[in-house]
Ligand binder design. Structure first.
Ligand SMILES: NC(=O)c1ccc[n+]([C@@H]2O[C@H](COP(=O)([O-])OP(=O)(O)OC[C@H]3O[C@@H](n4cnc5c(N)ncnc54)[C@H](OP(=O)(O)O)[C@@H]3O)[C@@H](O)[C@H]2O)c1
Length: 374
């Protein structure tokens, strides 16, 4: 099976290396790079149209950074009848309904395992469970950078030192704002909701409009110490819930530092690992743990998607329909560094946190116990 690869950064390069180290009958025959960066490898081109018009290319692997032009090219590849595998949550999160519908219309595969949770087979298992169970909640430590920062802070570093350490180790980008501000988690919440619930908050489904978020920035080690004394710690998480029963579907998503008991599974997740959990009405809770990022682990997830296509073709993309946002589905308390506690829906607490954090210090969300009980 011939594949074209869009982007030759950490993930793209790792994918190319892995497929040549361990041949499995999938060849990268074209690689899209920026103009001026195509020398030295005959597979490289800066012309997306040459790739889309090439009938020998069956699947397009999108491993670009940023939302555009990646999203446009994913859409163009699906419209041209190519299968698409992507690692790029920023490109797909705001348009899950459109992309899945287009893939179904064209009979093309649209797979995005690598976009959430790195090598963890999270999307695959959500889809497998959602085929029979009704999944109505999920939560996950799905930002390795954030978890690494919290882990280092629990060992005594302050936020700036822990962030600098994460950057030195290559876990955090030079501009860490999408990671620590929560946008990365918010995008992952949107992609997870599409796979788990078959729902997207569209129109206006961007993370900024539909996923209330409290960032990790502002935390200090004194807060973590005080939380530990109270039997708690903080994990930076994405979460979501849909309405139960009949009637038009409703949905609430969020991303925030979450207070968890020290004896919880989440608290045991160290360094830059990921951990995610969903609840099926028959299966009960199912949890997944592993490397959420890194070139080779992420490329491994892409290869799982490619193998699924090579073995069984275009198993249908999930059917994703529109749901209205219902803030009342997620509620609990926001706890601030100075001891202030506010209660309400998560959406209200997140809005309030933006205004109050300057006055009361770092805020962490404590979900109502019934939301994420085991
Ligand atoms: N790294 C991870 O651990 C990880 C994990 C899961 C998912 N992902 C996702 O995978 C994707 C790739 O991540 P990465 O870590 O490999 O990023 P990266 O190292 O920054 O690589 C991105 C690549 O995309 C290229 N690119 C961007 N815009 C382009 C354009 N208009 N035309 C041609 N090339 C363009 C960049 O080219 P230049 O170098 O020329 O700018 C670079 O080669 C991202 O969407 C990321 O969110 C990454």
């Amino acid at each position: 099976m011939n594949a074209a690869l869009l982007g030759y950064g950490t993930v793209g390069r790792s994918l190319d290396e892995l497929l040549s180290e361990r041949p499995i009958g999938i060849s990268v025959t074209r690689i899209l790079r920026r103009p001026g960066k195509t020398a030295g490898d005959l597979r490289m081109t800066d012309d997306i149209h040459a790739i889309l018009a090439d009938p020998t290319i069956v699947v397009v692997v999108e491993a670009l950074s940023g939302e555009m032009p990646a999203a446009r090219w994913i859409e163009a590849a699906l419209a041209a009848g190519k299968h698409v595998v992507t690692a790029n949550k920023a490109a797909i999160a705001p348009r899950m309904m459109r992309l899945t519908a287009l893939a179904r219309e064209k009979g093309a595969a649209f797979r995005f395992e690598a976009a959430v949770g790195g090598v963890i087979p999270w999307i695959e298992n959500l889809r497998r469970a959602a085929g029979f169970d009704r999944i109505d909640r999920f939560c996950g430590i799905l930002n390795g950078t954030g978890n690494y920062i919290l882990d280092r802070m629990a060992a005594g570093l302050d936020f700036a030192e822990a962030l600098a350490d994460a950057q030195a180790k290559g876990y955090a980008e030079a501009d860490p704002s999408a990671d620590v501000g929560g946008l990365d988690l918010a995008n992952k919440a949107l992609v997870t909701a599409a796979a788990a619930f078959g729902l997207a908050p569209e129109p206006g489904g961007s993370a900024a409009l539909s996923v209330p978020t409290i960032g990790l920035d502002g935390i200090d080690s004194a807060y973590l110490k005080a939380a530990a004394a109270a039997g708690k710690t903080v994990r930076f998480m994405a979460f979501g819930r849909r309405s139960e029963g009949k009637g038009a579907p409703r949905l609430a998503l969020g991303a925030a530092p979450v207070l968890v008991p020290l004896e919880s599974l989440e608290a045991a997740v160290r360094r830059n690992y990921n951990f995610a959990l969903f609840w099926g009405d028959v299966a009960g809770p199912l949890a997944f743990f592993g490397q959420g990022a890194g070139g080779r682990p992420t490329a491994d997830a892409i290869i799982a998607d490619l193998r699924a296509i090579a073995e069984s073709g275009a198993s249908a993309a999930p059917r994703v329909t529109e749901a209205s946002l219902d803030d009342a589905l997620l509620f609990g308390h926001a706890r601030y560094a100075d001891g202030t506690v506010r209660s309400g829906t998560f959406a209200d607490l997140a809005r309030e946190a933006k205004a109050l954090r300057g006055r009361h210090g770092f805020a962490a969300f404590e979900p109502a116990p019934e939301l994420f009980e085991r």
